[in-house]
Design a binder for this molecule. Structure first.
Ligand SMILES: Nc1ncnc2c1ncn2[C@@H]1O[C@H](COP(=O)(O)OP(=O)(O)OP(=O)(O)O)[C@@H](O)[C@H]1O
Ligand SMILES: [Mg+2]
Length: 351
């Protein structure tokens, strides 16, 4: 039986933890939990309040009786750059040198400020090229996440990116077919991540500044309520919170309008990729993240993209013991858990 990492997604509104066990080729859920973070704990992907994040991890671990120490976590947002490059086929020292040059061309940070990794996707195409995925992450941000995990008494074994975790989660649940191009869109609180996967490989990655906060901010503005009131209206209007309170019609209108605006930004990004990729056409969209629960959003994205949009449920494809887990809680929070789920697919010692 292979040992898995504990998947820990540190988001701006909450941390999410997923632990699975792999036995006889199928995963079963071992643990799951969400712990809110105070506002301002994470600012633009950076940990601004180290103590609050470490406390939240510690509280959550205790509450769900977490066992095990090895954690896979992820950095995200503008501190992460992922590029798929086509360069002349080469290897060894020549490739290493070429990649240093590519870092200078593609990464908008000083070389000493970033941790760089790359993976050869296609060693040699018929016309003598190769395809390489380049990943760069701001060193300072990676170190913050490592420290937060250590601060909670756990072992930071793997630091991934949200984009690869999203891809892994969908791949493990649904698989990708060879000729298919799909978009996985994670709509969080502060921002959104779009990953386009073609033939099972990540071909495109972008962050957008729009997220759940964009909806909350619009409600706050239009209905002249405070941030907490606006959040309650939003989640109540979403039907997910089961709020008994009556939600004004205006809230539904704002949610619909912002859904329109956000989905047009997504579409512009997808079109940007498709404009460059010869012969590619989008087959479907998987929607993840807490803001996938805004009821108007999936349809707004579907109307623009003209392809099926599915709210992704990572738990649907694994074994869940209904005696140990609140199945309704899992169902409601399934899209929220996606990044943590993808991280829980990692093993200690993975790159
Ligand atoms: N039922 C619901 N209806 C509408 N929005 C919801 C619902 N449940 C959660 N959300 C929103 O989802 C967002 C939280 O999602 P998620 O946990 O994916 O974000 P995060 O990881 O904390 O943030 P980020 O990734 O942007 O740093 C919040 O904006 C929250 O208001
Ligand atoms: Mg998130």
């Amino acid at each position: 039986m292979a040992r898995q990492c504990i998947g820990l997604d540190i988001g701006s509104s909450s941390i999410k933890l997923v632990q699975v066990k792999l036995s006889r080729k199928s995963y079963s859920l071992q643990n799951f939990g969400i712990e809110p973070l105070p506002p301002g704990a994470i600012v633009d992907g950076a940990i601004a309040n180290h103590g609050a994040v470490a406390d939240a991890i510690r509280n959550l671990s205790k509450r769900i009786h977490l066992r095990g120490k090895d954690v896979a976590t992820a950095v995200s947002g503008n501190s992460v750059i992922i590029r798929r490059l086509q360069i002349p086929a080469m290897e060894g020292a020549a490739l290493a040198e070429q990649m240093e040059w590519e870092v200078k061309q593609n990464v908008p940070f000083a070389r000493e400020e970033v941790i760089v990794d790359w993976e050869v996707l296609v060693p040699r195409t018929p016309d003598g090229q190769m395809e390489v995925a380049l990943v760069a992450a701001k060193r300072e941000i990676v170190e913050q996440y490592v420290e937060a995990v250590k601060g909670a008494g756990l072992n930071p074994s793997v630091v991934d990116t949200d984009a690869f975790a999203m891809q892994n989660a969908v791949e493990n649940s649904m698989g990708f077919t060879e000729n298919e191009t799909v978009a996985v869109i994670n709509v969080g609180a502060h921002f959104s991540t779009i990953v386009i996967v073609s033939g099972g490989q990540p071909v495109f990655h972008r962050n957008l500044a729009a997220g759940g906060d964009t909806f909350t901010e619009a409600i706050r503005h239009r209905l002249a309520v405070g941030m907490d009131g606006a959040e309650a209206y939003k989640v109540g209007g979403g039907g997910g919170g089961g709020a008994a309170e009556v939600v004004p019609q205006e809230v539904h209108r704002v949610l619909a309008q912002v859904s329109e605006q956000v989905s047009s930004e997504f579409q512009r990004t997808i079109d940007f990729y498709l404009g460059d990729a010869i012969g590619a056409s989008l087959g479907r969209v998987f929607l993840t993240g807490g803001s996938a629960l805004v009821p108007q959003l999936p349809k707004a994205i579907q109307d623009r993209s003209r392809v099926p949009v599915t709210i992704f449920d990572p738990f649907a494809s694994i074994v869940v013991d209904a005696r140990r887990f609140d199945v309704e809680y899992l169902r409601v929070n399934a899209p929220v858990a996606t990044v943590a789920f993808g991280l829980a697919m990692r093993r200690p010692g993975d790159k």
